[in-house]
Every structure is written in C-alpha cells, then in structure tokens.
Design a protein around this ligand. Structure first.
Ligand SMILES: *Cc1c(COP(=O)(O)O)cnc(C)c1O
Length: 379
C-alpha cells in the first residue's frame, strides 16, 4: 500500500435512498390524479398491498403511514398492557411505542454475537405484569424465533417483532413476517425498501386484519358506527405509488449491496480488532446496514476515535445503536436499565459503527473506505 489516501471529494454517508425514475413515477401519478383518490384504501394502495403480500410471503398485511404508528397499533390490537420485555439495542421508536401504550419497557440483555435480544435471558425478566415480548431483528439478522416462541408459549405471552431492518429476509425460505403474533416493517427512506415514509404490519391471524384496519382508521366501521378509539395510520396513494415504483429497483439494489458486502468482507477480514456479522447459512439477507465492531484493545483505537477520524476523509459513519435506549434520560431510571443487567449491550454499544453501504458505492469506494480504516489503525 504505497498509494496516498486522500479524502473523498464528496461526503459519503451510510446510506442513500432508492430513487425511482421520475418519468415512470409521473406516469403513475397521472393515474392517481385521474382517479381523484388520494388516500383511504384507493386503487394504488390495494395494488401495492397485493404486491407486498407476495414479496414478503405473508398471508395478511396492513399498510401504514409509518412504522412507528404501525407498531403502536400492533400493541393496541393485541391489547398489551403492564410490562413488555424488549431490547435496549434498537432505534428509539421500539421502547417509545410501549410508552405511548402506557406499557413499561423492560430491557433484556442481548446476544453477544447476533446483537438481538438474548432468548436465554428473557425468562428471568418475566413478572406477573408481563404481557409480551417485543424483539427486534437488528440489522436484519433474524432473532432466535424458535426459542422466543417457546418462552412466550410457556408464559402465555404475545410476541411482536420489529422487522424494520428485515425487508425481504427469509429463514429457510419462510418470510420473516410470519413469526410471532405481528411483525412491523418500516418503509422509511433510510430503509432498503421505502415509500419515503411508511410501514406495514404482517400477521397470520385472519381476525387481526379487520381489527388492525379499524384501529388505523379512527375505529370507523361505517358511516354511522365508530367502534373503538383508533388513530390515523393510513398509507396514502402517493406513498403507495412510490412503493410500487421503488419495488422495481429493490432486487437490483440488493444485488449491488451483495457485491459490496463481499468486498467489505474480503478487505476487513484481516484487520485485527475489526469484526462484522458474516453471512448466515439458510438466511436471505436484507443488506440493510454494514456494521463493524471495533475491539479497542486489539484495534488500538476506540470506536469514537475511528468515527471522528473517518470524518476527516469525508466519510460519515453512524454509531448504531449508541446510546442504548436504557441510557436515555426517559428510561435510565427503570430498574432493568441498570448497566449490570445489560453487560453485552453496554459493551456492544461502545464497539459498533455503521459504515457506508448502498448500491451507489463502487467496489473501489469500499476498498478505499477499508484502506482509510487500516490507516487509522496504523497511524
Ligand atoms: C426505522 C425504524 C423504526 C421506525 O420506523 P419509522 O417508519 O421511521 O417510523 C423502528 N424500529 C427500528 C429498529 C427502525 O430502524
């Protein structure tokens, strides 16, 4: 390595959204204009819903204006209350959704390898108030759905999965949205697949469909009956059209990311102190993020130092997920937030760094990012 490493001419961020062709998008928008229907289960919504059912390989699905409202409705539809066991290593929406339902989040430690909720630690967090487990498929890695189901059944708990990172993930060919009582997908612009803002709930119980669709539309059953205190969680026609158009590019984006994944893996595997989650057999990856872990002792530099140094090269990484939800001012007073209850999560939150990962990067860009990392290590 004799070549001089210079900063990227333009800032490089961790992700870029899929942007569909504007002409094709405006053709679809003309259809919407002609229909004069902009929201409330219009034709585009129905078409998009049908396409997603087959792509996600699930029997039932309900579309939402965003993933957070979808998750709030999921808790309402299962009538959760009391305490729900969840992970501190996630996006703020996960515990906040519980709080918005008057439920106390109970933070459970995570697995030191997968970074998902540790299924062997759930049982010790269960109390007579526990009604459910809210687990997250962090960075698209599937949770241990078998063990979680087993604990849930033994204690009569419901299971909700936050599958915001897991679009298109399959376990032995089964869509990830089939596990637990309900799964939530987010279609926010930062996700692999998006509708600018948007989301969906998927589930196997036919009876939930009517309930969830009522809850996301104010509880309005018909012109003269409002049967429950619902909210406005509806996906509109413009979002549905964006979704239909973005769907056309998802496979291509996934393929590009697969190549970049292999490049990262080749370049990073020999750097002492850097680890990452490799491919898991029988799992279809979401390629949502590329997250490295920096072992300060072996690497010789801290994660925070690497994060700062990368900026000097115009590379803007993110500390995902840091801080832990259990360290937010609104949750740190909870008994389960005590750091000694969450040793793996505390350690991992200090090590993780999400690095640039999107189809618009070239393999040369990825090689350069790795060389920057090596240089940071060696200087
Ligand atoms: C993006 C995300 C959400 C929230 O989804 P929105 O659609 O932005 O409301 C929830 N949980 C996780 C883990 C996420 O990454």
């Amino acid at each position: 390595m004799t070549q001089k490493i210079t900063p990227f001419p333009e800032p490089i961020y961790i992700t870029r959204p899929i942007l569909p062709d504007l002409n094709e998008l405006s053709e679809k928008l003309k259809e919407v204009w002609a229909s004069q229907r902009l929201t409330n289960r219009g034709p585009q919504h129905e078409l998009f819903q049908k396409e997603l059912l087959s792509i996600l390989k699930v029997p039932y699905l309900s579309l939402f204006n965003n993933g957070t409202i979808a998750l709030i409705v999921a808790c309402q539809s299962l009538r959760l209350s009391g305490e729900v066991i969840t992970t501190p290593f996630t996006f703020p929406a996960t515990p906040h959704v519980l709080t918005w339902n008057n439920i106390r989040p109970i933070f459970c430690d995570i697995d030191p390898v997968t970074m998902n909720i540790d299924p062997n630690k759930i049982e010790s967090m269960i109390t007579p108030q526990t009604t459910a487990i809210l687990a997250v498929h962090v960075f698209g890695t599937p949770c241990d759905v078998v063990k979680i189901q087993e604990v849930a059944e033994r204690y009569g708990l419901k299971v909700i999965y936050d599958a915001a990172h897991a679009f298109g993930v399959e376990v032995d060919g089964i869509g990830i949205g089939n596990f637990g009582n309900i799964s939530m997908f987010s279609f926010h612009a930062t996700k692999l697949f998006h509708t600018v803002e948007g989301g969906a709930l998927t589930f196997n119980d036919k009876n939930l469909k009517a309930q969830i669709d009522l809850l996301k539309n104010f509880g309005i059953k018909n012109e003269e009956e409002v049967v429950m205190p619902g909210i406005n969680g509806k996906m509109n026609e413009i979002q549905a059209v964006i979704g239909i158009e973005v769907l056309k590019y998802v496979d291509e984006e996934r393929n590009k990311r697969r190549v970049l994944f292999d490049t990262y893996r080749q370049c990073l595997k020999d750097i002492n102190g850097i680890t990452f989650l490799d491919k898991i057999p029988d799992i279809r990856n979401s390629y949502q993020y590329f997250v490295i872990r920096i072992d300060e002792k072996l690497f010789g530099k801290s994660r925070d130092y690497v994060y700062k140094k990368f900026k000097e090269y115009n590379v803007f990484t993110r500390k995902y997920f840091y801080p832990l939800c259990s360290d937010y001012t609104c949750y740190k007073q909870l008994p389960s937030s005590t750091p000694s209850n969450l040793p793996a999560a505390q350690k991992i939150a200090r090590e993780v760094l999400s690095i640039p990962f999107y189809g618009g990067l070239s393999t040369d860009d990825v090689g350069k990012i790795c060389n920057i990392l090596k240089k940071i290590r060696n200087t």
